[in-house]
Design a protein around this ligand. Structure first.
Ligand code: MN
Length: 291
């Protein structure tokens, strides 16, 4: 059994911080435990664990701010998030939907709880990933992909055991809808009952699993619970997930981008001089306008 992708470590959620007043997030990486390159091409994972928001007449969230050099990928598991950006794109994501924004050479955007959800209040659980771009695509034009739950690749597990929603990449020959700049797999897996599931991903791809609900056993050896993140070694291709009951997990896997990483605030570039250029361009109004 030399082709097993073994667990390197299971992480508890780190202490939370607020992004604006709408997103109470645990940043699993980059962190002391998971270096900025360790999950490349994924640079950042912010996780808003499931919580209740009280009804509010004002929309909680974060106002206009810039990004350059990467993509923000927002996945709603509970609740609704609205987005507007200076490239003219906007949208709302509900449970199971994904918004995939390519900041590229630069946009301003704002992210808020959707208006009706704010009024109603309720359960809220989401993820935001920062997906790095290789140097040759960092200054690509901004883009926006609205990936609705119904449009995800769907692999039904046998015996009504659940479903693998393929957001990016493919699973057992079924492709997800996301267009990506580097090879990436993202699966939103919903398990209904006692299940055994095998997942095969390239050995060299950096891989992790976020547990959104329930408890899973990995490779018969490691147990991961709700709100934990399992980081895998790059030692094989196949890992097994088994559950005794229902569960929800998010699988992330991608081919590492082997380039230098220089991050400052909302900018993710290769060098310090590119960061200075980004700040200058932002101050010169080159990221457009957003109220
Ligand atoms: Mn943002």
């Amino acid at each position: 059994m030399t082709n097993i992708k073994n667990v390197e470590k299971i992480f508890n959620p780190p202490p939370y911080h607020w992004v604006g007043d709408g997103f109470k997030v645990h940043t699993f990486f980059p962190s002391i435990g998971i270096d900025k390159a360790r999950m490349s091409p994924f640079y950042l994972l912010d996780y808003n664990a499931k919580m209740e928001f009280a009804p509010s007449d004002t929309q909680r969230g974060v106002g206009p701010h810039p990004h350059r050099g990467f993509e923000t990928v927002t996945i709603a598991f509970n609740g609704s998030v609205a987005h507007h950006d200076s490239a003219g794109n906007s949208g709302v994501i509900n449970e199971g939907d994904v918004q995939w924004m390519t900041a590229g050479k630069g946009v301003l955007h704002k992210e808020y709880h959707e208006k009706e959800f704010s009024k109603r209040g309720g359960a809220f659980q989401m993820v935001q990933l920062w997906v790095n771009l290789p140097s040759k695509y960092k200054m690509t034009d901004p883009n926006y992909q609205a990936l609705e739950y119904d449009k995800m690749g769907k692999f039904e597990l046998p015996d009504n055991n659940g479903i693998v929603n393929i957001i990016a990449g493919e699973f057992n020959g079924i492709k997800g809808p996301a267009t990506t700049f580097t090879p990436i797999y993202i699966y939103d897996i919903h398990i209904n009952k006692k299940t055994d599931l095998s997942i095969k991903l390239p050995k060299e791809f950096n891989t992790g699993v976020l547990i959104l609900d329930g408890s899973i056993n990995i490779n018969g050896s490691d147990t991961a619970e709700t709100d934990q993140f399992a980081l895998f070694k790059n030692d094989g291709e196949v890992f097994n997930i088994s559950t005794k009951d229902k569960a929800k997990v998010l699988v992330l896997s991608g081919k590492p981008i082997n380039e230098t990483i220089f991050q400052y605030g909302p900018f993710l570039m290769n060098t310090k001089s590119e960061i200075i250029e980004a700040i200058d361009d932002y101050n010169d109004g080159k990221f457009g306008h957003l109220d």
